[in-house]
Write a protein that binds this ligand. Structure first.
Ligand code: DUC
Ligand code: ZN
Ligand code: ZN
Length: 464
């Protein structure tokens, strides 16, 4: 299967230029002017952008959580990803008690087998940090192809600071990266007790009040100190608050390697959403919670200026009807935490970021693809360049689309962005040279195949 994309504007993180792109099999084989290779498919991309497929490094596919499951499986989740211009995702794989990291990876890979429609990889989440698990970091980095390790500082399955130190030491030895969900568990527990005593448990807004900005700020500051102690590196997932960003910046200004991602929900939505009528506020219950408009603005600046390197989604969908509106209707603490987002990532970043002048097109490509590939060792992805995987999005910046749940593919009965007007949508999406999604005049439709996606082994970091 070969494809020739003619006359497009190639956009990489480093710049843009007019050229043709030729892909044969999985790879980009040539880039140049007036290419005339015979091809199975020729795409006229005049007036369109030709960009590397986006990579979402933060999804929760089929994850058991809070008495239920995140609803997208590898088929529905990657169909939605493809339709949103995402050609690779790095999903979390939560280690169960007694399991090795290897067993946890194989268990999750079995769920993807035959279903996954675009490429994927996995981050082991360390939840049972026995001594042999810390030792397994070496194999995960150098044999399994999974050199990033998620830990939680909050929830029942959190790790303590001693475990964090050990993991940082071990990842430093083998080129790994520790990813941290940073919230101070004691602040959250304290606020929950206060609201319990005051009888304020019935409204979703108290979810936000129970997890204040300072809980994120403190946890990031503490994690950064562990990085300073060990000389390792850390990556803060779903950074949400301006205070958290200050701590990331402060560490970076002192030469401490703290990296961070944010997500569209923390750039675009604020805590007023929790007050929506008819218990709609539950739709936005996620951790960390939505913050204020000041945090939204600070995060855009962090993205523009480079203190945030990646935008991911934390895609973790639960239906509103029957789950969000039932499980927690008497207690905000029982509302399943999470929201859908994998499909809307690129369209939101283009419309709200590029079209509104908050970030350049090149920066968008960097935080959605090139920087993400570099951060997570996806060496064949993240760039329109000869030899890279032909994961290509032909993007039409003139398409108008109103986000609505019925025109999206995520397995969820709502989207937090209902009614938002988008400018710019994928016109055609290729995963290793194969067309997997296209604009049909009204919405993006999936034209790929379950089972096309592959597990991608990632490379450890070599810069220590
Ligand atoms: N936060 C969420 O909102 N959902 C999944 C896990 C998490 O940390
Ligand atoms: Zn998290
Ligand atoms: Zn998450």
């Amino acid at each position: 299967m070969s494809v020739l994309i003619k006359n497009g504007l190639i956009v990489n993180a480093t710049g843009r230029y007019q050229a043709d792109v030729y892909a044969d099999g999985d790879k980009i084989k040539a880039i140049g002017s007036d290419l005339d290779y015979p091809a199975d498919e020729v795409v006229d991309a005049k007036g369109l952008y030709v960009m590397p497929g986006a990579i979402d490094p933060h999804t929760h596919i089929s994850m058991p959580f809070m008495g239920t499951y995140a609803q997208d499986d590898y088929e529905t989740g990657t169909i939605a990803a493809a339709c949103g211009g995402i050609t690779c995702l790095v999903d979390f794989d939560l280690q169960q008690k007694g399991e090795s990291l290897y067993e946890a990876l194989e268990r999750k890979k079995a769920l993807a087998e035959g279903k996954v429609c675009v490429d994927y990889s996995l981050h082991p989440a360390v939840m049972d940090p026995r001594p042999e698990i810390i030792e397994e970091v070496k194999q995960a980095c150098h044999e399994y192809g999974t050199p990033s390790f998620k830990i939680f500082m909050v929830y029942d399955f959190r790790v303590d600071d001693a475990t964090m130190i050990k993991l940082l030491e071990e990842t430093k030895k083998y080129g790994g990266l520790v990813q941290v969900h940073a919230e101070n568990v004691y602040i959250v527990q304290h606020m929950n007790e206060v609201f319990e005593k005051e009888g304020k448990v019935k409204e979703p807004y108290y979810h936000a009040l129970s997890r204040p900005n300072i809980a994120e700020e403190e946890a990031i500051a503490r994690a950064a100190k562990m990085v300073e102690l060990t000389g390792s590196r850390i990556y803060i997932v779903h950074l949400s608050s301006k205070e958290g960003l200050w701590k990331v910046k402060e560490a970076r200004d002192h030469g401490i390697d703290v990296y961070a991602e944010t997500c569209p929900q923390y750039l675009l939505l604020d805590d007023e959403r929790y007050k929506e009528a008819d218990w709609n506020g539950a739709k936005y219950v996620m951790s960390p919670p939505l913050r204020t408009k000041e945090s939204n603005a600070a995060l855009w600046l962090g993205l523009r200026g480079g203190d945030l390197q990646v935008v991911s989604t934390d895609h973790c969908p639960f239906d509103f009807k029957g789950k969000k509106d039932m499980f927690g209707k008497d207690d905000y603490k029982k509302i399943p935490n999470g929201a859908p987002g994998v499909e809307t990532l690129a369209m939101l970043l283009h419309t709200e970021g590029v079209v509104k002048g908050r970030i350049s097109l090149e920066r968008m490509v960097d935080v959605l693809s090139t920087g993400t590939a570099k951060m997570f060792g996806l060496k064949d992805k993240g760039e329109i360049a000869v030899g890279k995987d032909a994961d290509i999005v032909v993007f039409d910046p003139s398409i108008k689309f109103t986000i609505t749940q019925s025109k999206l593919h995520m397995n969820c009965d709502y989207t937090p962005y209902e009614g938002m007007e988008m400018t710019g949508m994928p016109s055609a999406v290729f995963s290793r040279g194969k067309r997997v999604a296209e604009w049909n005049g009204d919405q993006v439709q999936f034209v790929g195949q379950a089972g096309h996606g592959r597990f991608v082994k990632r490379e450890p970091f070599e810069g220590f």
